[in-house]
Design a binder for this molecule. Structure first.
Ligand code: GDP
Ligand code: MG
Ligand code: ZN
Length: 327
């Protein structure tokens, strides 16, 4: 069966002047909870031309969209108006960020908004694809969103390489967690999330759905490869859905994500996405240094001096060489 290559792109919103004016108007509106007949709400999930909106008091109403509005997605804050059977979304609040993914035709579509923490999950099985973790981290840095790394399925660890890799990321300042589903207590995971809005990313099969299930034992979550295969076969459009966690956190599950590419990211963005490179950027002899063979390259000197790990530098070079937008 052909591999379906999904790509996620993370972009900070770039607003047109018209959008900016509209948002400014909306923001003024939102200074009060009730706006005319409208009220504030959060988008839980998007279903085609409708969105499930949760009101400030927690009830959920299926709302129609107005065509002139930008497409709302899970995590969006909106103003909506109740009517007899359904509601109507009348305004979309300014997004702090958006996570994008291409649809079946390759058009970038927003899937989740206002993310505060990207939880990057990896496991001994399936083994991490080369550079994948660093790609997620570059995207998170580019988006200005905190990332944390979860080494999952720890019961399958049979040599120390992955644990050492996790320790390297911890040394770079990322929060990390090692866990597996045989650990009934998920409080360390809940603690990592806190009251943030998070999205889980990682290869298919690393146990993302199982992690959600551990946090929300009473919610029916589809676990395992069969459901994903069934989805692929039917070409169903799976939708991102927002779950509330008991201690105030919010988790947006974005099903069907298998691979990760970086779009709209320049070579400079990639270098900036490796946070330990920052002290050395701009110090090379040549301003346009590619950090390959040039003399007096500050980055390569930092690798030689042990300030930057060879593995991370090699990963950086591979991500650059693979083409910025490649999945
Ligand atoms: N050994 C082991 N298997 C796990 C663990 N977590 C999940 N799995 C299994 O890995 C498979 C994929 O899990 P799933 O949560 O669907 O992964 P997802 O594709 O990332 O959402 C399922 O068969 C799970 O039962 C774990 O901690 N240890
Ligand atoms: Mg899953
Ligand atoms: Zn250089």
């Amino acid at each position: 069966m052909a591999q379906v290559a999904y790509t996620i792109t993370m972009t900070k919103p770039r607003l047109t002047e018209q959008q900016a004016r509209r948002i400014k108007a909306q923001r003024t509106q939102q200074s009060t909870d009730a706006v005319g007949d409208g009220e504030k709400g959060t988008v839980i999930a998007r279903y085609g031309k409708q969105a499930l909106v949760e009101s400030a008091t927690g009830d959920r109403v299926l709302c129609h969209l107005r065509s002139h509005l930008e497409s709302p997605v899970a995590g969006d804050e909106v103003i909506w108006v109740r009517s007899d059977e359904a509601g109507v979304i009348t305004a979309l609040a300014e997004r702090k960020n958006v996570l994008h993914r291409p649809d079946i035709k390759g058009h970038l579509r927003p899937v989740a908004a206002n993310i505060q923490l990207l939880l990057v999950v990896f496991a001994p099985e399936p083994a991490p694809q080369p550079n994948l973790l660093d790609r997620y981290l570059v995207a998170a840095e580019h988006m200005g969103v905190e990332a944390a790394l979860i080494l999952n399925k720890a019961d399958l660890i049979n040599h120390s390489a992955l644990a050492e890799q996790l320790a390297c990321y911890a040394a770079l300042g990322y929060r990390t967690l090692t866990t597996h589903q045989g650990m009934p207590d998920a409080s360390d995971l809940a603690q990592l999330i806190g009251d943030s809005t998070v999205v889980l990313v990682g290869q298919s099969g690393v146990g993302k759905s199982s992690l959600i299930q551990r946090l929300l034992p009473d919610v029916a979550i589809r676990v395992g490869a069969l459901s994903e295969l069934a989805d692929k076969g039917r070409h169903t459009t799976t939708t991102a859905e927002l779950f509330h966690l008991p201690n105030g956190g919010r988790l947006i599950d974005s099903p069907g994500v298998r691979e990760f590419g970086l779009g709209h990211v320049t070579p400079t963005d990639i270098a900036l996405g490796f946070r330990e490179f920052a002290p050395f950027l701009g110090l090379c002899r040549f301003r346009d240094c590619q950090h390959e063979q040039e003399p007096e390259c500050a980055l390569r000197a930092a690798v030689a001096d042990g300030h930057i790990s060879e593995a991370r530098f090699e990963s950086y070079r591979q991500i650059r060489q693979s083409g910025v937008g490649a999945g």
